[in-house]
Design a protein around this ligand. Sequence first.
Ligand code: SAM
Length: 330
Amino acid sequence: MAAATSFRLPPLPTVRDLIKLYKLRALRQLSQNFLMDERITDKIVKAAGKIHNHFVCEVGPGPGSITRSILKKAPKKLVVVEKDARFLPTLELLKEASGSHVDMVIEIGDIRSYNFEVGFEKAPSSDWFGAPPPIHLIGNLPFSVSTNLIIRWLEAISEKKSAWSFGRTSMTLTFQKEVAERIVAPVTHKQRCRLSVMCQMWCDVNHKFTIPGKAFVPKPDVDVGVVTLHPLKYPLVNLPFKMVEKVLRTFFNTRQKLCNKGADRLFPEEMRGELGPKLFSLADVNYRVRPFEITTEEYARICFAYKLICEEHPEVEDYNFRATKKTVAV
Ligand code: SAM
């Protein structure tokens, strides 16, 4: 007989009741907004795909609504990483309720310093070019943390480190709706920005659905987008992350101007006349367009052309337009 792919948690007080019981007032400084509707938390977990018998890390579980939906799918192991120790009793309750069905581990700390290699020590690794490993990161984090985190995680993906030392670990995360739209924005879209290109260079991204702000307690001022990110087998660039980040930041700093204006700022003033046009010609990209009109593939070629130029002119790599501006100002 096939093993059950889900299990029913024993009767528990509702999350709403637990919040009252333990006086878990949402802290503004931690941007806490809680989900109470099980249909929504089930939908978030469904967006992550198959997690039964897999290894899952939930970031920022809070009082544990999404945690309940994850546990019902009976993953092999669930690590929850929560910064606010006040949630320990509600998380302990869930750990107890899941008994021997799920190996649940509670970590009180900051996700930014969490060591996935330890947490997923027993998880099987898979070849980067094969099927993804049975590992998922799921979370409804404060917006400021999730945007910052995705940049750090893209860097880890580019280096195949941390949760990506096991293979192409997938992510299902919430963002402010506008940020979710930016992440998936295609070329020419009004929301297209540096974050869109960065995410799309390393991941297949999908805005799965939007949760109205009114579904949260307390209600945030904005709606929330649920986004999945699946690392690509063949990232569009295979260059140092910081180099790609620098090129894209420089281009998008002059979003409404033609690209050559922004691109020039990659080079010391006396070299711009020569190296600006050279960058576009090496990359075979038209410079008479604005930064959001360049495709992700074209950006990959621009980054590669920049790397070639840096090899020919090593002083270019350390050149920082902003730093020179500051020096002039002083
Ligand atoms: N997942 C719960 C839900 O959907 O109801 C809570 C969501 S609340 C928006 C974000 C949670 O992330 C809070 O519990 C907060 O304490 C936690 N958190 C904030 N920053 C964190 C960090 N750097 N590392 C881990 N958890 C964090």
